[in-house]
Design a protein around this ligand. Structure first.
Ligand code: NDP
Length: 267
């Protein structure tokens, strides 16, 4: 029987996950279909998942925390992050994972060895990235516009600051995990604060994908090697795909999924 997979989000219309996942399924001849579901109430995510006979799901904004709360079993680093982006149905139970965190680590592999990271932003993505880095033994400092969201990081012994009380150090990688630059032309922190940091850094990564954000443009002006969030989206998707299909995705499958993500033909 054809297996059904889905992405839940609000909004979800813009999501590139279906074209990426369907490209992977097609490439390995898996009898499955991956669709979009505009979910308004995250509290009912598990019921909707079960009622529609989905075998697996991805979860995007704003439902990752609801998905965590509703899962029967939470695996791995997601237990600490308290937000999940992947569900699979296993022996009648909804098992949940966070693949954003390992997806991010995979995406920064191309920079080589990184030791000290400045992470801009303190939202759900920053939680996943900071714990992934910490688990890898990479030093991470969080810098956010406001104090409000810093408690999580303090509770995990991750140095975290708002713009007002921040004293910069030297970092080899600066990551933008804020939504500044997504739909506007803002930098994620004031230019006078950011520019000297980027001057001393080697690499800059933006979780936003498909464009050179003002952050990446400033990093490039200051001679950083830059990278947008496409690989993060790809690799979180590849890891979810492996859970969905119970197969290991080799480089050919990964490239098929990248083509799918970019809207290119795969076969
Ligand atoms: P959240 O809404 O949870 O967090 C947003 C963060 O951005 C907050 O810390 C907020 O600060 C900060 N922020 C928002 N606007 C500004 C601004 N103008 N200047 C400075 N700081 C700002 O978002 P998420 O963590 O879920 O997502 C963050 C970004 O990461 C989004 O752009 C999203 O598209 C991208 N993303 C990419 C992925 C990928 O695979 N490539 C995966 C997941 C996310 P404050 O606390 O002060 O409000």
């Amino acid at each position: 029987m054809t297996k059904k997979f889905v992405i839940f989000g609000n909004p979800v219309e813009h999501s590139k996950s279906p074209q990426m996942q369907n490209a992977g399924l097609k490439y390995i001849n898996f009898d499955g279909i991956y669709e979009k579901h505009h979910l308004i109430d995250g509290n009912i995510i598990k019921n909707i998942f079960l009622e529609n006979n989905y075998s697996g799901a991805n979860i995007t904004v704003p439902h990752k925390e609801f998905a965590y709360e509703n899962a029967d079993i939470v695996e791995g680093i997601a237990k600490e992050i308290k937000a999940v982006n992947t569900y699979i149905l296993k022996d009648g139970k909804v098992v949940a994972y966070n693949t954003d965190a390992p997806g991010f680590l995979k995406a920064i592999e191309s920079f080589g060895k990184v030791k000290n990271v400045l992470l801009l932003g303190a939202g759900g993505t920053a939680k996943a990235i900071s714990l992934a880095l910490k688990e890898k033994g990479i030093r991470v400092t969080v810098l956010n516009r406001s104090e409000g969201k810093l408690e999580f990081f303090k509770n995990h012994n991750i140095p975290s600051f708002s713009w007002e009380n921040f004293k910069p150090d030297i970092y080899d990688l600066v990551v933008n995990s804020t939504s500044a630059g997504l739909k506007d032309d803002y930098l994620p922190a004031p230019k006078e604060l950011l520019e000297p940091i980027l001057k001393n850094a080697s690499f800059a990564f933006d979780c936003v994908y498909g464009k050179i954000t003002p952050f990446l443009a400033l990093a490039r002006e200051n001679n950083c090697e830059i990278k947008d969030g496409e690989d993060m989206l790809l690799h979180q998707g590849v890891l979810a795909f492996e859970y969905f299909t119970n197969t290991k995705a080799d480089n050919k499958v990964i490239e098929a999924m990248r083509k799918g993500l970019r809207g290119e033909k795969i076969l």
